[in-house]
Ligand binder design. Sequence first.
Ligand SMILES: [Zn+2]
Length: 354
Amino acid sequence: LRRYVCTQCEATHAPDATRWRCDCGGWLDLGPAGAGDDPDPVSLGEGATAVALATIGGRVVRAKLEFLSPTLSFKDRGAASLVGLARAVAARRLVADSSGNAGTALAAYAARAGLPMEVFVPASTSASKLAQMAAHGAEVVAVEGDRTAAATAAIARVEQGDAFYASHVYNPWFWEGTKRFVCELSSDGPGLPDVLVVPVGNGTLVLGAHRALRELGALDRCRIVAVQSSACAPIAAAFAAGLDHVPPVTDRGTVAEGIAIAAPARGADVLAAVRATSGRVVTVTDEETAAVADELARQGLFVEPTAAAGAAGVLRLTDSEAAAGVVVPLCGAGLKAVSPARRATPGSARRGTG
Ligand SMILES: [Zn+2]
């Protein structure tokens, strides 16, 4: 198997069932491709998602329908790779933390691999996502507090020593999966866009896209515009301030739960990735997100708020950017976020008879 390389001290490590960071505390990346085998992914038929035209704020873009994945979000590509690694290193138990979609994807792929799984989630996670995880047989542990509290609880569990940390934040095999959505655009789809508009919280999609563009030699041909919620925008703030690291912020609460990451562990990597493409980080409000969600739904594309927030980044493009080739991944299905609170929203009074 390809070895890990520490991003701090450059030590290398053979992957095993419990290694998730370097002995020096640094995060791990992957050594060069070709230097060791890649694990076979655990597959549920993910990938090869469709591309459709969509109008966002009056601008016509190409939408890659990532919500058509087996567990209804783009995270399946990463889960396929990461659970494949877990199987290759003979992991016996998986632990993850998630605000929802990574947990649902990992729960499904762990089930497929026959591996027991524990998922630590913020107590506020959508009921539909919790039901999805439980249906796959995962043990779901709700943690009071924000997304960081869930991560802290998961790491404490991993430190007990017998579990594989199936982390979409720390384990670089996750991006080996997520990068494929860009590779597909290049190989099967409409070609690489001039601008890629993606939501960013922990950065799994940005870091995967950057990895793909780097391997395609296309960092100077496709600009990454990363989108945060204005209510929780530490990466946008750091980008605007010209920093190369990301100071934590307070999450003021947003409908875009999947990107509400107040202290992104890989924030510095995300900034570097965006800048390597001459891209930028923008913010959108919950009102803009809701308007774009409605606009998309009326075109037949029902996506969850986090996906709509990413798409709303199209509103921040310049006219010349919008006139060039733009691709927006629509990351998660709308049914994932349907909840009693949403049904009670004024203006949605028309009811079926059930
Ligand atoms: Zn190290």
